[in-house]
Design a protein around this ligand. Structure first.
Ligand code: ATR
Length: 279
């Protein structure tokens, strides 16, 4: 597809940004749907974030994604934001309206739920207690999603328990915090386990978690996607638990932004998964 003078533009702001899979993902869709547009990596230092955001609006960008470490800065910088972004406290998708105002949203919760539903058809949040390992930015989006999907209990297990307690206080019912040392016992009777920590990622130690207490029909979701089959997912799959890898959340969270900027509802396909993984 040739990029003409009328091409629509979007990109991802990060620091660094070279590791981001978003350019491959969005440009795959642009090519797939024959859209006159481009999606570019934007290396933006933290101190320059607001100026760069203003410049992109002036340059006529349709919008941008925002990744580490700018999601909280984006939350503060946008002119308006939706309710879900307010609850999560972070913005990962920005649209520049025709009047130049910036609108921020957070699509991580959507990506998490869509990924689960795609990989485990029939999944529903109210099926039983959920255990969330970690209490960082990703955990906040997942907790919001689980609350909105009727989880009857959300157990937050984090190395720094104070941070877990902070989440419980902020999000309220049905959250509870459990000490990191009790993480294996916390799986008792759970219907879903989600790892939002960095453990299991390439270059990090594996997540040390005994699965004996976990019911065999519980869904195990790791949001780490490098590698795709983490030691947690391998162990869970070996005992028969349905497993969901982290690539799905990455791909599905990108759908709303693409639709808003380029006017086409994109699909997550096996070809897309292969293209993003082989990058
Ligand atoms: P993100 O925004 O991607 O969620 P983050 O805010 O840095 O990233 O959160 C990373 C999560 O991984 C945190 O829950 C962190 O636990 P702490 O709050 O105690 O820092 C967790 N984490 C990172 N390294 C860990 C380790 N070695 N053991 C246990 N948890 C770890």
């Amino acid at each position: 597809m040739t990029i003409t003078g009328a091409a629509r533009l979007a990109g991802v702001m990060g620091w660094p940004v070279s590791h981001s899979r978003s350019p491959v993902l969005h440009n795959f869709w642009l090519h797939e749907y024959g859209i006159d547009g481009a999606y570019v990596p934007l290396t933006v230092a933290p101190e320059a974030f607001e100026r760069c955001l203003g410049a992109l609006a002036l340059l006529g960008f349709a919008g941008v994604n925002v990744t580490v470490p700018h999601k909280e800065a984006a939350y503060a910088a946008v002119d308006e934001r939706d309710r879900l972004a307010e609850r999560i406290g972070a913005v990962n998708t920005i649209v520049f309206n025709d009047d130049g105002r910036s609108h921020g949203s957070n699509t991580d919760a959507f990506g998490f739920v869509e990924s689960l539903r795609t990989r485990v058809p029939g999944w529903f949040g109210a099926a039983g207690p959920a255990v969330v390992l970690g209490a960082g930015g990703a955990a906040r989006a997942i907790v919001a999603a689980l609350q909105d999907n009727g989880a009857p209990e959300i157990r937050i297990v984090n190395r720094t328990e104070e941070r877990a307690r902070g989440l419980v206080e902020e999000f309220g019912s049905p959250l509870s915090s459990i000490a990191w040392d009790e993480r294996s016992a916390a799986l008792d009777g759970a219907a879903l386990v989600v790892n939002t920590t960095t453990l299991g990622m390439v270059g990090k130690p594996p997540l040390d978690l005994a699965l004996d207490c976990l019911p065999r029909d519980a869904v195990v979701n790791d949001i780490v996607y490098a590698p795709m089959m983490t030691p947690l997912l391998t162990a869970a799959g070996a005992r028969g638990n349905p497993v969901v890898d982290g690539l799905g959340m990455l791909l599905h969270q990108a759908r709303p932004g693409f639709a808003l900027w380029f006017g086409v509802e994109p699909e997550v396909t096996d070809r897309l998964r292969a293209a993003v993984m082989s990058d």
